[in-house]
Ligand binder design. Structure first.
Ligand SMILES: NC(=O)c1ccc[n+]([C@@H]2O[C@H](COP(=O)([O-])OP(=O)(O)OC[C@H]3O[C@@H](n4cnc5c(N)ncnc54)[C@H](OP(=O)(O)O)[C@@H]3O)[C@@H](O)[C@H]2O)c1
Length: 438
């Protein structure tokens, strides 16, 4: 008769939590509710040792043992009972100093802090590597959606050609509502705020800052070159109108805020902007507050990850998975698996040197010969037109055009000439088209 033994018990991992807000309290709850189950399945005990919160007297959603909570985050990092530090407090400082301190003390760290990583990620990776500790960051991009680990490990055999993401749930919700309900932007934003998907000040989301920070992390991980949030070209969704969305539908597209990183000719491109995305593209079906990351690799082909990109519980799921992985590494004596974030500096491709098809919506005088004058400008600038729709509105007409793939600079020259043309009342919007071809 064979005997089935439980997994060998490992020493518990002492967890120091910096922050006990939305994510921090969900981490506490997950450890409290699933801790025993995790121990049974993995043989790993995750023991909450100490928790820092700025205002310890504030009511919390979770119960903590007496004496566990302190306002002194540095004391949590220094505490001998803390083997691994989880940073879920947000902001740049003191989070950066605290994480560097933990790393230099030989403690592995987990962080959900996209702003910090998008600005100081390369410094933290370098320090973690030097100290031989783990730096885990799954929760920083896409909340509960696993994407960092797949990019670093499961897809490591590939040359990744591109990563395209819907990385911001707020803007995806707004654009979905605009399409489904035929609402203008302001109404969809108000509904997102009412539903708790958008902040009272929505700028970080709707202007693309949040997606740009996440894309900087993804680009750094994917291509092993430091990409910071400030390197990412960024346009938000405030200019998108119900009319753009209606024309997108008529032409076979959906409008999405896309975060795109690619490598070609040794240069890395990183950009966040609204796009007309072909309806057949797998990302086109990702609606409401969901996030998704689409990866194209030379061996694996196309892969997509979909899930809830924010919220306490999904984000805590990623944080605790990272803790389990650190515990496994520790048990195997394999610290310092910071993955292939071996930094080599590769040049970034400036936005002016990228190319894509474009959608344009213009309002023009509705009289004979106008379109010929517009078409002449396109011809002289060598921009070829794929389709044109003209809709008369009495005195004026809307012209909707989609171009073939065009250099960004050529398109800018066309726009400046169109704006100088007396028969063009206004160029209402210009949106890049993503047709799904690499
Ligand atoms: N919320 C999400 O869905 C989500 C998803 C993915 C990633 N993230 C990232 O996770 C991090 C935390 O987000 P959150 O939504 O949980 O934020 P939050 O609800 O505002 O919580 C922040 C926590 O940090 C504590 N804190 C702030 N400064 C501190 C200091 N100097 N010393 C000690 N404690 C301090 C706060 O203490 P008090 O409670 O006492 O004020 C609070 O408990 C951010 O980096 C965020 O970008 C969040």
């Amino acid at each position: 008769m064979t005997e089935t033994r439980p997994p060998a018990a490992a020493a518990d991992l002492g967890v120091g939590l910096l922050g006990c807000g939305t994510v921090g309290s969900a981490v506490v709850r997950l450890l409290q509710t699933n801790g025993e189950d995790i121990r049974r399945r993995t043989g790993i005990g995750l023991r909450l040792a100490r928790v820092a919160a700025a205002h310890p007297a504030k009511p919390r959603e979770v119960r903590l043992e007496a004496g566990m909570l302190t306002p002194d985050a540095a004391a949590v990092v220094a505490d001998d009972r803390v083997d691994v530090v989880v940073e879920v407090m947000g902001g740049i400082e003191p989070a950066r100093t605290l994480l560097l301190d933990a790393i230099r003390r030989g403690k592995s760290v987990v962080t959900a802090n996209k702003q910090l990583l998008a600005q100081h990620g390369p410094e933290l990776f370098t320090e973690a590597k030097r100290a031989g500790v783990d730096l885990r960051l799954e929760a920083s991009v896409g909340g509960g959606l696993p994407v960092i680990q797949p990019l670093r490990e499961s897809l490591a055999a590939n040359r990744i050609q591109e990563v395209v993401g819907i990385l911001n749930g707020t803007t995806n919700y707004i654009l979905t509502k605009m399409a489904e309900e035929r609402w203008e932007y302001a109404r969809a934003l108000a509904e997102a705020q009412r539903q708790g998907f958008a902040e009272a000040d929505p700028a970080a989301d709707v202007e693309g800052h949040d997606a740009a920070a996440k894309l900087a992390i993804l680009a750094t991980i994917t291509f092993g070159t430091p990409v910071r949030a400030g390197d990412v070209y960024r346009e938000g969704i405030r200019r998108i109108s119900a009319q753009d969305i209606q024309f997108a539908e008529e032409l076979g597209y959906v409008v999405k805020l896309l975060a795109i990183t690619r490598e070609s000719d040794g240069r890395v491109e990183a950009r966040v902007h609204p796009a007309f995305l072909a309806r057949a593209h797998p990302l086109a079906a990702i609606g409401n507050e969901l996030n998704a990351v689409f990866v194209r690799g030379d061996a694996v082909g196309e892969v997509m990850f979909v899930g809830r990109g924010a919220g306490g519980a999904p984000t805590a799921s990623a944080v605790v998975a990272d803790l389990i992985d650190i515990a496994w590494n520790r048990r195997a004596g394999a610290h310092g698996r910071v993955g292939f974030v071996a930094m080599s500096t590769r040049p970034l491709r400036p936005m002016e040197e990228t190319a894509s098809p474009f959608y344009l919506l213009m309002q023009v005088a509705d009289r004979p010969g106008v379109f010929a004058r517009i078409a002449t400008i396109f011809g002289e600038e060598h921009v070829s037109i794929a389709s044109v729709v003209q809709k008369s509105r009495g005195e004026t007409a809307d012209i909707v055009m989609v171009t073939h793939t065009t250099d960004e600079q050529q398109m800018r020259r066309v726009l400046s000439r169109l704006e100088g043309l007396d028969v063009v009342r206004t160029v209402r919007n210009v949106i890049r088209v993503v047709d799904g071809k690499a």
